[in-house]
Design a protein around this ligand. Structure first.
Ligand code: F6R
Length: 244
């Protein structure tokens, strides 16, 4: 089992700050790095800090390439709940990244399976992921890799579980508007990244964080695969870490 580095901070804002320091250092060390990015509430303070660091002249994203973990099937990039829209608004438009170097799975492709293969080919053409940022779902999902009997391998289409749709309905008019499918990098895709950085905040995540980092490595807790990766850093607040 590999040693997972865990950094604790008092609250979500402070988690964003210390996680951003690591990302800024990674970008400054490799100007054309490939960053794997995540959406959701947890990385928002971190993205805010990256924007601040850019505005303060501490970092430039001009040569950086990004690949996002996932996208809802059926939502176009102008849909306010699409992950492409989220990334454009919360990060890309506010920094000096070249938008043509940012990639998110195509949720509106006529052939979703072909879009998944194209996404894998894209990641390979970029030379693989240097640093993959992750959040964690209440059921232990990473990306949209839901609990399953086996670990998924590569980018694929998933049926979202009711618990995930329920957790995400806060962003939609009602649960009926939450898409039922998504395209997600597979566990194998995520695992192939050189470095994994998990951000996790809030007491609600304490139980699943504990199971993921200290329980059995089991596809029914997808994030537990992190225990086998050689380079994992976790940034979490005290509430999320209270059981560890
Ligand atoms: C989003 C993603 C998801 C989220 C997870 C936690 O791109 O891959 O796995 O990281 O659902 O979401 P929040 O941060 O909203 O609790």
């Amino acid at each position: 089992m590999n040693q997972i580095q865990i950094f604790s901070a008092p609250n979500a804002a402070a988690v964003g700050k210390i996680a951003a320091e690591m990302i800024v250092a990674a970008v400054n060390a490799k100007r054309d790095a490939v960053l794997g990015l995540a959406t959701g509430s947890t990385p928002l303070p971190l993205y805010g800090e990256l924007v601040k660091a850019y505005r303060a002249g501490e970092v430039s994203f001009r040569g950086i390439r990004t690949v996002n973990l996932d996208e809802y099937v059926g939502l176009s990039e102008t849909h306010e709940q699409s992950y492409r829209y989220f990334m454009n608004e919360n990060l890309f438009k506010q920094i000096d990244i070249d938008l043509s170097n940012t990639f998110v799975p195509n949720g509106t492709a006529a052939d979703s399976a072909a879009a998944c293969d194209a996404y894998e080919a894209r990641i390979e053409a970029l030379g693989g992921i240097d640093l993959q940022l992750l959040g964690i779902g209440l059921n232990g999902h990473i990306g949209f890799n839901e609990p399953a009997d086996t670990f998924s391998k590569r980018t694929h289409v998933v049926e979202l579980t009711e618990s995930t749709r329920e957790a995400n309905k806060r962003f939609f008019a009602s649960i009926d508007n939450v898409p039922t499918q998504a395209i997600t990098m597979g566990i194998g895709t995520i695992f192939a990244a050189k470095k994994l950085v998990l951000v996790c905040t809030g007491e609600k995540k304490a139980e699943i964080l504990k199971r993921s980092l200290t329980g059995d490595v089991d596809p029914r807790v997808p994030a537990s695969i992190l225990q086998f990766h050689p380079d994992v850093t976790v940034f979490a607040d005290e509430a999320a870490l209270k059981l560890i």
